[in-house]
Unconditional design. Sequence first.
Length: 319
Amino acid sequence: MISVIVPVYNMEKYLEKCVRSILNQDYKDIELILVDDGSKDSSPQMCDEFARQDERIKVIHKPNGGQGSARNMALDIAQGEYISFIDSDDWIELDMYTNLVGLLEETGADIAICEDANNEEDGTVKKNHRVTGTLVMTKDEAFSHRFDGSDIVTDSPCNKLYRKELFNDLRFPENRLLEDTALMYLIIDKTKKIVSSEKVGYNIRCDSNSVSRRKYNKKRCDTIITYTEMSDFFASKEEYKKYVPIANAYIAGAIFFNAGEMYGVDFEGKQETEDHIKNCAKELLASGRILSSKNKALLKLISVSPKLFGVIYNKTKKA
């Protein structure tokens, strides 16, 4: 059985399409766990009505706590041999689970990945083609593809099917932006094999109001914490030490992004956030982590004047 986990927050406009795409799968042995994360629209009532219509659906109602907490609560009650995560504004192809279960059974892999398609608001659809045929990877090869720019392995949990035991002692961090990134490398570390298919199974709704496209806010600083944890994890394992410089560059990149994107934006706690970013730059420089000369120079600039860095960043961005 597959436990399909769908966090729901104010998604009345898109929820039915998402749920129907799951219930209508040609692979029928599923339980669908809808986690109403404190929605203020009609989503809670919709979830309850879906459950009345199909006994495979379980509904959890909880105070708002973010996707991480919603997914974790569902993981705690999931009964399936496999785990799948779907965002409530997205939808899946009707044969996605048949294909992914088949891949896991044929290869003995711990995670199966399908291709996805970006569906823009204007109706434009871009199907992503990252692999040809089927690609079976060791976890080291998966990490290589995570960092080589190919996007064969991404941090999104949603175009994947997992063996449940990968989550035996792992959960998403809660109250953190981009919690997917903070967990995925830990999940990959627990695998023996990962398989990826060229077949498109997951449809992403590219909404201008999505978390990744919203105006800057201080929660973006969470990425600095996440990449610092990633660097420390890689440094603690001999086989992953080659990835430490990459993770360090991600830390620096997160600091650059925050210092640059907050420039010219007014929000509560801005001075405190600016001071925090300044201190993060100083701490990274003092940490002894391996950094490029360019990154060191930019971090020194931020440690002195985040505002000046912001001016340069935004001029470069517009050029």
